[in-house]
Design a binder for this molecule. Structure first.
Ligand code: ADP
Length: 770
């Protein structure tokens, strides 16, 4: 049924049925409509403007559907404004505008819906759904009082529920209008649900963004706070600006250091990186270590070299007994170096057994040349990066040994001793020898690059010297660059002299004694040499003498004595029981036992070879850990004997009836090499013929199938060992005759040398004539 009512356009406001609300009215046309309503039954039609900013809306500017309302109260405010309290009654649609001026009067029709005609379960379901969604929304938004949700759930009228909810949610005018325009309550609930869902989703996204933003802000604030704290701590500690102060210090150092340009650039770059690091970071300390390394290297520090041959000779003489040839070679080398005025050319390599003074000679050379001395031990170096360093990407990486040695030397022209270059080996990590080649090559070493340093360092001013125990294991290309100076074992005579003149005074001083405190004569020293050491050099001898000195020092202090005399008879009191028994020649001449001579890296030694015969069928058995070459020597000796049976007066069929067992005792001596050939043959002939071998004879030499005797190496060491063992006659290959000259005079004088070219000479001299 149509009603005629004054119409009031609302700005930005929607009134729902069952709602009571205030709003202020200022527009004249609206006030007039209100007055009209008050004159009649206080009923008025409220409808929203499409655009809130329109001041005097026409018919087209307002929505079609609004709310028939009752004016409950009017309150005059300041000016012309009136505050109105209205209550929504029912929704209605404008059918006709009857009057436009001075205010709108409209003909409106209420919408009717019979609620009872709905399926009650469906209504209830929708209602419950709506209420629960609304409750979620309330919780999430925080803008609606939770009481509202409670109230809503208790209302029975379904139409009312949706209107109250729509009114309580902050919606846009269009959204509210959409709800208002829907007359059908169920469809209205559906629309409302859709809107609430949408709003809830927006709220959730908003909340999500909020937490994220908050977290980020929290983190930023925390870091800021911590940084401020660090600053405060650094200030407290007097380190005003932490890292930047440190970098300034480095830069000041850089100005004075006068590094090569490339190094300087590198330092600046690294310092720049350091500034960007958070203080206390691990990377920062890596950079510091690196920069420190660069500063610590002697880029332009050197000592003034001074090649004075007379002085060099004097120093070498002062520090070392004997070694005449070695000293001469070194002086020659220095003379060439002085003339050429550069270090190009072969590298000296001192080769000899341990303890013969290689290191000590190198030290004397450094002293003579006024160069700093550093030693790099290459024993056991397997990896190229030990020479050349590890790249800085590895944790804890370090420069290689060359660069470390230069830092240690403190000058860029030290004498660098590459000790035990023969003990380097290569494995899958690379070949240290090739890195070594570059170090030693004058064409390349002016710009040696270490992996860690990443900067070229000029090694061409350094003087390299190498030492080795034997030449065999030195890689060929390295050996080609070296000039070898051999040092051989010392005789007892040498050792006694070195001990009396050098080692004893040194140890006396080292142990806080004076010459007067300790009385010890040369005879006693010789006993130490013979019964407490067994070596080519004098290292253990020095240790034993040191040991005597220590014990003497103790006696002097604890027993309050002034002089202690050490003699042959009381030596055991100081050094304990004798460690070595002299390996004297056999007690008597024996069948099947011959004495050979062996060379080892620690000097020569005697070697007993035993042969036994047993009934059998010609088997040759070899025991005593013999190497392949030695086994072959035994076979060659056997063949020689078989072919010479008649001359040797041996039963020709021995190899059909007898087994021969050859044994070489003495575990410590390496048993490979051809030089035992004639000894093996002699022992076998003795066993087969039953003629004993003279116990005073020792021999060395390679044997051929025809019984020729071929030359061998290491004669001097072997002869010294034989002399020590009390041998009187030495049988040697005729081609080694020239080497006899190298044997010290006193030893030579007490021995008889027989130079053999064939086996017959050997046997004639070795076998005791039956
Ligand atoms: P190497 O390097 O050959 O193994 P070292 O140079 O270390 O031997 O020598 C060991 C010790 O023996 C050092 O104290 C050294 O001074 C001393 N020494 C070696 N040979 C002589 C010598 N001819 N004169 C004086 N002392 C020597």
């Amino acid at each position: 049924m149509a009603k005629t009512l004054p119409l009031l356009p609302l700005r930005g406001l929607t009134v729902f049925p069952f709602m009571t609300l205030y709003f202020d009215v200022g527009r004249e046309k609206s006030i007039k409509a209100l007055e009209e309503a008050m004159i009649n039954d206080q009923m008025i039609f409220l409808v929203a403007q499409k655009d809130a900013s329109t001041d005097s809306p026409g018919e087209g500017d307002i929505f079609n559907i609004g709310t028939i309302s009752k004016v409950k109260q009017l309150l005059k405010l300041q000016g012309d404004t009136i505050r109105v309290l209205v209550e929504g009654i029912s929704r209605a649609e404008v059918k006709n505008i009857i009057q436009r001026e001075p205010f709108f009067i409209a003909e409106v029709v209420e919408g009717h819906m019979e609620e009872e005609s709905f399926e009650p379960n469906e209504v209830e379901a929708l209602k419950r759904r709506l209420v629960s969604v609304f409750e979620d929304y309330v919780k999430l938004s925080g803008k609606v009082s939770p009481d509202t949700a409670l109230t809503v759930s208790e209302i029975e009228n379904i139409s009312q529920v949706s209107d109250i909810i729509a009114n309580n949610i902050p919606l846009k005018v269009e959204q509210k209008q959409e709800i208002l325009s829907e007359f059908h309550p169920l469809r209205r609930i559906e629309r409302l649900l859709k809107i609430i869902y949408q709003e809830t989703e927006i709220l959730e996204i908003e909340k999500d963004i909020n937490t994220k933003v908050r977290k980020q802000i929290d983190k930023v604030q925390k870091e800021y706070y911590l940084r401020e704290q660090i600053k405060a701590i650094q200030n407290e500690l007097g380190d005003r600006d932490g890292v930047s102060g440190e970098v300034e210090e480095y830069k000041a150092r850089l100005e004075k250091a006068g590094l090569p340009e490339e190094a300087e650039k590198k330092v600046l770059k690294e310092l720049d990186r350091l500034l960007k690091m958070p203080s206390g970071s691990a990377e920062g300390s890596v950079i510091r270590t690196y920069v420190d390394w660069i500063f610590d290297l002697p880029w332009n520090k050197s000592t003034q070299e001074d090649i004075d041959l007379a002085k060099a000779e004097e120093i070498l003489e002062q520090d070392h007994y004997g070694l005449a040839k070695v000293k001469e070679r070194i002086i020659e080398y220095l003379a060439v170096h002085k003339l050429k005025n550069n270090l190009r050319g072969p590298i000296l390599c001192l080769v000899g057994p341990p303890g013969v003074g290689k290191t000590s000679i190198a030290k004397s050379i450094a002293k003579a040349l006024n160069r700093n001395y550093v030693r790099i031990s290459l024993g056991g170096v397997k990896d190229e990066s030990e020479i050349r360093g590890h790249r800085r990407t590895y944790v804890g990486s370090m420069p290689g040994r060359i660069i470390s040695a230069l830092k240690q030397a403190g000058s860029n022209n030290p004498l660098i001793l590459l000790d035990e270059i023969d003990k380097m080996s290569s494995d899958f990590r690379g070949d240290p020898a090739s890195a070594m080649l570059e170090v030693l090559d004058a064409e390349q070493n002016f710009a040696f690059r270490d992996h860690y340093l990443e900067l070229p360092f000029n090694l061409s001013n350094a003087l390299f010297l190498t030492t080795a125990n034997s030449l065999e294991t030195i890689p060929r290309p390295l050996l080609d660059r070296m000039e070898v100076i051999p040092l051989s074992s010392y005789t007892e005579e040498d050792k006694a002299n070195i001990a009396m003149k050098y080692l004893l005074p040194k140890q006396i001083e080292l142990n806080g004694l004076t010459r007067k405190n300790l009385k010890i004569d040369e005879e006693t020293i010789r006993d130490i040499i013979n019964f407490y050491t067994r070596e080519a050099g004098v290292r253990n001898l020095e240790r034993e003498i040191g040991s005597v000195c220590r014990k003497v020092a103790k006696t002097i202090v604890s027993e309050n004595k002034r002089v202690v005399t050490v003699t042959k008879s009381n030596l055991e009191k100081y050094l304990g029981i004798k460690k070595y028994r002299f390996d004297f020649a056999n007690e008597k001449d024996q069948v099947g036992i011959a004495t050979g001579l062996a060379w080892t890296p620690v000097g020569g030694d005697t070697l007993s070879i035993e042969v036994n015969l047993m009934n059998g069928n010609g088997k040759l058995e070899l025991t005593g850990h013999l190497g392949d070459v030695m086994k072959e020597s035994a076979r060659a000796a056997m063949s020689y004997i078989r072919s010479e049976c008649k001359d040797l007066k041996i039963d020709e069929s021995f190899y059909e009836k007898k087994d021969i067992h050859i044994h070489v005792p003495e575990g410590a001596i390496p048993k490979d090499g051809p030089s035992a050939g004639i000894t093996l043959a002699t022992a076998m002939v003795s066993a087969l013929s039953g003629i004993p071998v003279s116990r005073k004879v020792a021999m060395t030499g390679e044997i051929t199938l025809r019984g020729r005797v071929l030359p061998i190496g290491g004669l001097k060491e072997k002869v010294l060992a034989a002399h020590r063992a009390g041998i009187e006659t030495i049988i040697l290959p005729v081609d080694n005759k020239k080497d006899i000259d190298e044997i010290p005079e006193n030893v030579r004088a007490s021995l008889k040398f027989i130079c053999a070219s064939d086996m017959k000479t050997v046997l004639k001299n070795a076998l005791v004539k039956a």
